[in-house]
Write a protein of this length. Structure first.
Length: 187
């Protein structure tokens, strides 16, 4: 039973997982950040960092026609969130090392159950996340950087699937789960 806060909690979950997976000697705690293009444009770091930029939210077409959520007349809205994860450092070797840790950490945490998710108020007991390396073409990533007027940076594209955002309006009438039929006697 994911609520509207689930999008920010997905970001927080990824930040926390990356903070745990990347050694402090490479990227200090507090240097894995959710950002916007405006923030990246003015980013000035003396130490290596990792930014998480949500650049697209869409409905997952494969899961769109699921049955209605319990207590609702509509199905959950299955979400696909697309992120750019960018390592920031002054030298290529450090950037490549950070990329290796990001790839390994998110590969090891590619399926997250409720107990692995951060943000207590937005998740239901059966909520899960799937984190996949997204084969977004390099040209698409170039467009993101160009539209933000930021010089191109090496970045990793990820697709995060949220099983479903619950509708905000409950069903007006209860959904019929069982029915008993009988034969009518004739006079």
């Amino acid at each position: 039973m994911a609520t509207r806060d689930v999008i920010s909690d997905v970001g927080e979950t990824i930040v926390r997982i990356l903070e745990e997976g990347i050694p402090d000697t490479l990227v200090a705690q507090g240097h894995v950040l959710m950002t916007t293009t405006d923030e990246m444009r003015t980013l000035s770091l003396d130490e290596p960092a990792v930014t998480l930029f949500l650049y697209e939210i869409s409905a997952n077409a494969e899961l769109r026609n699921s049955p209605p959520a319990p207590g609702f007349s509509r199905p959950r809205l299955p979400l696909d969130l697309r992120f750019l994860i960018t390592p920031w450092a002054k030298d290529a070797g450090t950037i490549y090392q950070i990329c290796g840790y990001v790839l390994q950490t998110l590969y090891d945490h590619s399926h997250l159950a409720r107990g692995d998710l951060f943000g207590q108020s937005s998740w239901g007991a059966d909520d899960t996340l799937q984190i996949l390396l997204d084969p977004a073409p390099v040209s698409e990533r170039h467009q993101i950087w160009e539209s933000g007027e930021i010089p191109f940076k090496l970045s990793l594209a990820y697709l995060v699937r949220v099983i479903g955002l619950d509708p905000g309006i409950p069903a007006e009438t209860p959904i019929v789960a069982t029915a008993t039929t009988g034969t009518a006697s004739q006079p």
